[in-house]
Design a protein around this ligand. Structure first.
Ligand SMILES: Nc1ncnc2c1ncn2[C@@H]1O[C@H](COP(=O)(O)OP(=O)(O)OP(=O)(O)O)[C@@H](O)[C@H]1O
Length: 252
């Protein structure tokens, strides 16, 4: 796992309908240390997905630089794993094969990659589902597979774009608790995008509040871990931090 450095990042799109340029990201700088969990939060259209897609190397940036472990990002690569809102699993592969896919692409031999996949599936309490196909799983389970599939590839940075947005509220809370537990165990470097303030504060070590493509403020989240909704729901510090972030986002 390596650190991520973003310096003066910007992105301008050409809007063919208006015939003008739209600056979606302005001069964003960010340092994410190895093993940190950073959430980027902000209202719809503030540039969250654009930032994530540039870090992933899916779209080029128009200004500034992105470095992973000191190396500039020039396109997608296995050093960055991505988890999307839509689960994007391979429907024709079993859960085990989905999770073993990354190691397979890295040339890891079958017995070894299946061992890795079983370890990650156990971490996400998915051992029983190893032989099933994605269509045979609930949405929450599919998203759990998506998360461990990305982790099994052991990326330097794990990029998550509203991964829990399409599951019901109860499942979402369970997934959030599980993600914090898995993160504590494996300590990947995570950039997690969301517009849900409580989710951001619950998960992160640091929350970046974004508005109109600019960083408004960075808020350190000093809540103890492990985190659970039962203990944080009525926690004064959780409420205080969420209130602060909510205020920033609303003023955005
Ligand atoms: N391919 C594109 N072409 C032109 N403009 C775009 C393109 N993609 C995004 N934009 C514009 O860039 C801005 C930021 O969009 P982006 O999707 O990054 O925001 P977001 O914060 O992720 O929003 P949401 O939470 O709704 O997904 C918006 O004004 C959007 O309309």
């Amino acid at each position: 796992m390596k650190n991520l450095t973003i310096r003066n990042l910007s992105k301008t799109y050409f809007d063919p309908y208006a015939g003008t340029n739209v600056t979606a990201v302005h001069d964003v700088s960010l340092n994410v240390g190895q093993g940190e969990f950073v959430c980027i939060v902000g209202p719809s259209g503030c540039g969250k997905t654009t930032i994530l897609n540039m870090i992933a190397g899916f779209i080029p940036h128009t200004g500034g630089e992105i470095l992973v472990g000191g190396r500039p990002v020039k396109g997608p690569g296995p050093d960055r794993g991505v988890v999307f809102q839509s689960f994007a699993l391979f429907p024709w592969r079993t859960v085990l094969e989905n999770v073993a896919f990354g190691p397979k692409m890295r040339g890891v031999r079958k017995a070894e990659r299946e061992k890795i996949a079983h370890e990650y599936l156990a971490l996400a309490k998915l051992t029983e589902a190893a032989g099933r196909y994605p269509a045979e799983l609930s949405g929450g389970m599919q998203q759990r597979v998506g998360v461990v599939r990305a982790l099994a590839n052991e990326p330097d940075v794990l990029l998550m774009d509203e991964p829990f947005a399409s599951v019901d509220a109860q499942t979402r809370m369970t997934l959030q608790e599980e993600l914090t537990r898995i993160w504590q165990e494996k300590r990947p470097t995570v950039i997690f995008i969301t517009h849900d303030v409580a989710e951001a504060v619950f998960l992160a070590n640091r929350v970046i509040a974004l508005s109109k493509g600019r960083v408004l403020e960075e808020i350190d989240v000093d809540l103890p871990r492990p985190r659970s909704w039962d203990s944080l729901n009525d926690d004064a510090r959780f409420k205080e931090l969420s209130g602060r972030v909510r205020q920033l986002v609303r003023s955005a």
